[in-house]
Design a protein around this ligand. Structure first.
Ligand code: SF4
Ligand code: SF4
Length: 411
């Protein structure tokens, strides 16, 4: 007997114009509304599982815009996640996605895979890197993986630069650990400057959102337990994340997952209460920042709001306010600053044509404001935006913390 998902869709269609996939494809099966109807039919046994049904369910960025904008309060996000799990159970997974979830499910595999990929990056012939694409991103535009994993390169406990004002735990996720260590360096630099002692638990791992999005709940279980064990019981002011998707995992998905397993979610709930995005943390204590007085010229900056920053935390408003408060910044908002870039975890790889249309429009609008720095607080958005710009493009994509850190006094 299939579990029935409660649904009260009035078919008003308000979710259509906020769905980035529907806006590109303009066909009903791509809409959140149609996905719900199909799920209902599948659960009522009037529609059989099929490769096509699985494909329709996977043609979604899991951006959460439908959930945020639905007047009937439908939780598409969790409904789609559960349906994806059922589709993998029924139909299996593609070899590429299967390999990805296998890698992400154990830290040692991830470390080995990242090391192998880094070595591969050194030896890929230039011609091949220029002409071969992974999804919509040319290989030559992929960021170089970290020479040393971020957590290995830094102490477990990092002391502040001044009189301590508090203590935080830093959850680095896998992107900062293996791909973008500049984000991690800037995050700890800012926290030290603010007066925080930082604890970086060694035995944390990928937050498991990619596994949950790809229906690999069984594989996600180990990651979730590992991270809860690494993060629980610390007497700290906050658990800092530099990525909203990690924040979403720790805040919403872990307690839900543990409860679904029939276990006590009290440890996951205690962690969830302390999770805070680094940018919100900085915004709350902005007065602790001292900027280099020698920076007199303003930088023109624009921002891309990642879907999870916007839809799961409504924090894009805080981030934009923070950017505007920076004394060395001239903030130039693009007309579509809070629209999806089409990265969506692996969406850029699975549906490159759809993703490309989204990212090209984002690039056009970002260029229209004549900014030199394009800030975004999600590693996949960063990879997707930068990956679709030429490597020598004057518009540079970076995490907001990198810009803030570079302007601090006495660094
Ligand atoms: S916005 Fe909500 S109620 Fe309206 S069609 Fe979409 S899912 Fe149904
Ligand atoms: S999660 Fe985003 S991409 Fe998926 S159906 Fe909803 S609005 Fe569309």
């Amino acid at each position: 007997m299939k579990k029935k998902t409660p649904q009260n869709c009035g078919k008003c269609g308000l979710c259509l114009n906020v769905c980035p996939v529907y806006k590109v494809l303009k066909e009903e099966p791509a809409s959140p509304r149609a996905k719900l109807q199909l799920i209902k039919a599948y659960e009522n046994d009037t529609l059989s599982s099929s490769p096509l049904l699985k494909e329709i369910m996977s043609k979604c960025l899991m951006c959460g815009s439908c959930t945020t904008n639905c007047p009937s309060g439908i939780d598409h996000y969790s409904t789609f996640m559960e349906m994806r799990r059922k589709m993998v159970e029924d139909q299996g997974e593609t070899p590429a996605i299967k390999s990805l979830t296998y890698l992400l499910a154990r830290e040692y595999r991830l470390k080995f895979g990242a090391g192998l990929a880094r070595t591969g990056q050194k030896f890929v012939p230039d011609l091949f890197a220029r002409n071969y694409k992974l999804g919509n991103i040319p290989l030559k535009n992929f960021p170089t993986l970290n020479a040393t994993p971020f957590r290995k390169a830094h102490d477990v406990i990092i002391h502040p630069d001044k009189k301590p004002v508090g203590k935080v735990v830093y959850f680095t996720g896998c992107a900062t650990n293996y791909l973008y260590d500049d984000t991690g360096v800037a995050t700890i630099g800012i926290l030290k400057h603010m007066g925080y002692e930082i604890l970086i638990p060694r035995d944390q791992t990928c937050c498991a959102i990619p596994l949950l999005f790809h229906g690999a709940a069984d594989r996600a279980s180990k990651n979730i337990t590992t991270n809860i064990n690494a993060l629980k019981g610390h007497d700290v002011d906050a658990i800092i994340v530099d990525c909203s998707t990690c924040g979403e995992a720790l805040t919403n998905e872990y307690p839900r997952f543990i409860e679904q397993q029939g276990q006590n979610p009290s440890e996951a709930n205690a962690i969830a209460e302390k999770v805070m995005n680094i940018l919100s943390f900085i915004d709350q204590q902005f007065d602790r920042l001292e900027f280099d007085p020698n920076i007199t010229e303003k930088l023109s900056v624009t921002y891309h709001a990642p879907c999870h920053t916007k839809n799961n935390f409504n924090a894009h408003i805080i981030v934009e306010r923070l950017i505007e408060r920076l004394p060395f910044v001239d903030y130039k908002r693009a007309v579509d600053a809070d629209e999806c870039c089409g990265g969506g975890g692996t969406f850029f790889y699975e549906y490159p044509e759809v993703s490309k249309k989204m990212v090209d429009k984002k690039i056009e609008n970002a260029k229209a404001v004549n900014a030199s720095q394009w800030l975004t607080d999600c590693p996949v958005c960063r990879m997707n935006l930068a990956g679709n710009l030429d490597t020598d493009d004057p518009l540079k994509v970076l995490h907001p913390v990198t810009l803030i850190y570079s302007a601090l006094k006495d660094i």
